[in-house]
Design a protein around this ligand. Structure first.
Ligand code: ZN
Ligand code: ZN
Ligand code: FE
Length: 788
């Protein structure tokens, strides 16, 4: 008997095993079960060995074999080799469900082949491609437990499904125009349009209309990506003024017309996960294209692009002959619509038409988003194509764990054994729809991946919706994990690190153990917990959350912190752009500490500098001001600004040698941003170009990381350093910091396959449990010895 575990269902594994066995004249059976795959095989010893090595060394392309166990079994009178029915799904499932896979080349060839019986059939798929997670209702992966169960196979499809030599042998979503789902085009009033739905949808798009397109994991909103009018209309109706819109193209050639693409980016775009990839916009576009590309991602040097990944997309793009905007089917930041009735309700005011079909979507799943930073692939949103593939953290979880993540960009994580299953993107829990989605997805996802949680980890913030959800789960142990501790643990989990690390957690906001808003943190993290080793000095956040949307106010607050009341007499343009009384109001509330929580956030410092330079006073989405500050930075600038560091008796030298000792550190060290702010102001007043100022600011932050990490390494002996938190999505900063640290002998770890933003928090929360910290997260009051 052979038992195979990993991602082995829905990837053509059983037909593959069948072919291997038949070719070697072996008898027995293969079947899916809740543990993965069970094979009983008998025959010639050499043939058996050969069979086993083929199985282990050359599994099907989309399978991930994690475990193969073999045992002797009594000889049975098998007749040939069979694929048998799945065993009863009574046990908790231990197999890994495959993510959705982009349409394969063979299916694509058939799709456009007029002689093929599936010519232009939008749901063509095979064992190598097609929907998986988004059609699965339960495990094992069999048609009866997918949303395809409503479609009875026709004779032709059944013949393929039952033929071991066929590419569609036991392909659960197999279908054709005769028996499978079908597409229709419906207008906003619910009337179906006559004629070919693809051609009619393409016509509507060409006329500037907005079409909601039902895809794999939900509805997209599509419009002509080369029409500024259509883009403006979509932005207005969707209430998405400035946030970038993703574009879909049929092939790499179409993409090259808009963006510059490097070989690693091209490989990523063509991968079977087909994520959205952020690519550099071309600088030599004609005026008309340039203005459309600007409208798609204003103030951003990059454009998010993906290749068509379902047959339906390929047909639609072939009809259109132009790139299409393909943005999430939602209003603002709510979860994307995936159920038909909900889509009509919520998108009825946005879309003029719906290109829809009757294959239900079992689970919402957004597109994944990636970017190449420092030459390496970096995940910004891990969702379709990657979920629910597990992340092997290298150590065992002491019990099944559910970690519920943060408030924004929420994901959750189910963990068992040494596998962490990160959920798809749930979204911002400020929206009630997203909170509901969290509860529903947790129930469904945890059963699919076979985790019945005994420990529930959540953020320390008492008012995060995810925290409230976690605390509502009875009969489990609850663990609160501090936000930045989770960021660093997420990076450790991804790299399987169990040794102590110096963690640099730079982001916008996270609830600190002292109730302040943290976000510019140096932590020493070990198996027992974390110690706050250094942080940015506190600056008031005028009006709290409101300051996030108004970087200008954060700039005024930083000016007051740096200059006192003299700030107001500085001849800065910023004051002219402020609303009447706005500056006075900021001064008043910060002086009184009224509605102005103290923050050590470096994200807010980026905001402040962005506003000081006149790059952005108002932010329509989180991180916008910082993103635009990065975009204007001149990367050739070598200058940098100084900052202050207190708590250290010997000043940090370049590269920070081994002369500091723990006795010379008054933990936590405090980083004073006032000198930096004053240097920025001096340069502004001296008329220095803002591109150069932004460049020097980025250099200063990279330098700050090195100059603080140096003494911490000297004091603790730790030279592993983990960088995480949303600020490290900034490619310029991450590149600079990584180079500086590596040159000074640090082992630098950054997040790659898990987002460094709050989308990666849940993995970190779960990993804190695995690291052995089952007690509520705490700041260790101990000496450095416990961390070294
Ligand atoms: Zn295929
Ligand atoms: Zn059929
Ligand atoms: Fe964060």
């Amino acid at each position: 008997m052979i038992s195979v575990g990993g991602t082995v269902q829905g990837v053509g594994f059983r037909p593959y095993v069948h072919r291997l066995a038949i070719a070697r004249n072996l008898s027995g059976f293969v079947r899916n079960d809740t543990a993965g795959l069970t094979i009983d095989v008998q025959g010639d010893t050499r043939a058996l060995e050969d069979f086993l090595s083929a199985l282990v060394d050359h599994p099907p392309p989309t399978a991930v074999v994690q475990r193969v166990n073999t045992s002797r079994a009594p000889v049975r009178p098998y007749r040939g080799f069979q694929i048998t029915e799945s065993a009863d799904p009574g046990l908790s499932p231990r197999t890994n469900v495959s993510p959705d896979i982009a349409v394969c080349d063979e299916c694509l060839g058939e799709l456009f082949d007029p002689h093929n019986r599936r010519h232009r059939y939008p749901f063509i798929n095979c064992t190598h491609c097609g929907p998986r997670l988004t059609i699965i209702d339960g495990v094992p992966y069999d048609r009866g437990l997918t949303t395809m169960r409503a479609f009875e196979m026709c004779r032709a499809c059944r013949r393929e499904y039952e033929n071991p030599a066929d590419r569609r042998f036991h392909a659960q979503p197999v279908a054709c125009a005769e028996c499978g789902p079908s597409v229709k085009l419906v207008d906003a009033s619910g009337c179906e349009r006559k004629g070919d739905p693809m051609a009619a949808a393409a016509r509507a798009l060409a006329e500037g209309h907005i079409v909601a397109v039902k895809g794999l994991g939900g509805y997209h909103l599509a419009c002509d990506a080369m029409s500024c009018t259509a883009i403006k209309r979509l932005r207005y109706r969707k209430a998405r003024e400035a946030k970038p819109l993703a574009v879909m193209v049929p092939d790499i050639a179409a993409l090259r017309a808009l963006c510059v693409v490097t070989p690693p980016e091209e490989a990523l775009l063509l991968s079977r996960q087909r994520p959205i990839v952020l690519l550099q916009k071309r600088g030599d576009l004609d005026a008309e294209t340039a203005s459309a590309v600007h409208a798609l991602a204003p103030g951003n040097p990059c454009l998010g692009i993906m290749l068509a990944y379902t047959p339906l997309h390929h047909l639609l793009l072939a009809e259109c002959g132009a790139p299409l905007v393909m943005t999430s089917g939602n209003i603002s930041d709510e979860p994307i619509a995936f159920e038909d009735s909900d889509a009509f309700d919520r998108l009825g005011g946005i879309a003029d038409f719906f290109l829809t079909h009757d294959r239900p979507i079992a689970e919402r799943c957004d597109d994944s988003v990636m970017r190449v930073i420092v030459g390496k692939l970096t995940m910004l949103r891990r969702s379709r194509g990657f979920v629910p593939s597990p992340i092997d953290v290298g150590i065992r979880f002491p019990a099944p764990v559910l970690a519920v993540g943060g408030q924004l960009k929420n994901t959750f994580c189910c963990a068992r054994d040494s596998s962490a299953f990160l959920s798809q993107h749930i979204g911002d829990l400020d929206h009630s729809a997203a909170r509901l989605s969290l509860a529903n997805s947790v129930a469904r996802f945890s059963s699919i991946v076979g985790v019945t949680p005994e420990v529930v980890a959540h953020d320390l913030h008492p008012r995060y919706a995810s925290t409230e959800f976690a605390l509502g789960i009875d009969g489990v142990d609850h663990i609160a994990v501090q936000h930045h501790h989770a960021h660093i643990a997420s990076c450790m989990a991804e790299h399987g690190i169990t040794d102590p690390v110096i963690g640099v957690a730079f982001d916008g906001t996270g609830y600190g153990t002292d109730g302040a808003i943290w976000g510019g943190e140096f932590l020493v993290v070990d198996q027992a917990g974390f110690r706050r080793a250094a942080h940015l000095g506190y600056v008031p956040m005028p009006g709290g959350e409101a300051a996030i949307r108004r970087p200008l106010r954060m700039a005024v607050s930083h000016l007051i912190s740096a200059y006192g009341d003299d700030a107001l007499s500085l001849p800065l343009e910023l004051f002219g752009r402020a609303a009447r009384n706005e500056v006075a109001l900021v001064r008043q509330v910060t002086a009184k500490g009224f509605a102005s929580p103290p923050t050590s956030s470096i994200g807010r410092l980026f905001d402040a500098v962005s506003a000081l330079l006149g790059v952005r006073d108002d932010a329509q989405f989180e991180g916008q001001a910082a993103m635009e500050l990065e975009a204007v930075a001149d990367p050739r600038t070598r200058r940098l600004y100084e900052f202050g560091l207190s708590g250290l008796t010997t000043p940090p030298g370049p590269g920070a040698g081994g002369d500091a000792s723990i006795a010379s550190l008054a933990m936590p060290l405090k980083i004073d941003s006032a000198p930096l702010v004053r240097s920025v102001v001096d340069d502004i007043l001296a008329g220095v170009d803002r591109r150069s100022i932004s460049g020097a600011f980025h250099n200063a932050v990279a330098d700050m990381i090195l100059k603080v990490a140096g003494p911490l390494r000297a004091a603790t002996g730790i030279s592993k350093i983990a960088l995480s938190g949303g600020v490290f999505q900034n490619a310029l900063l991450t590149t600079r910091a990584t180079h500086l640290l590596a040159r000074s002998g640090f082992e630098v770890y950054t997040q790659r396959m898990v987002p460094c933003n709050d989308g990666g928090l849940s993995l970190g929360q779960a990993y804190v449990v695995a690291l052995g910290n089952r007690a509520p997260s705490r700041t260790l009051e101990t000496t450095a010895e416990s961390c070294a």
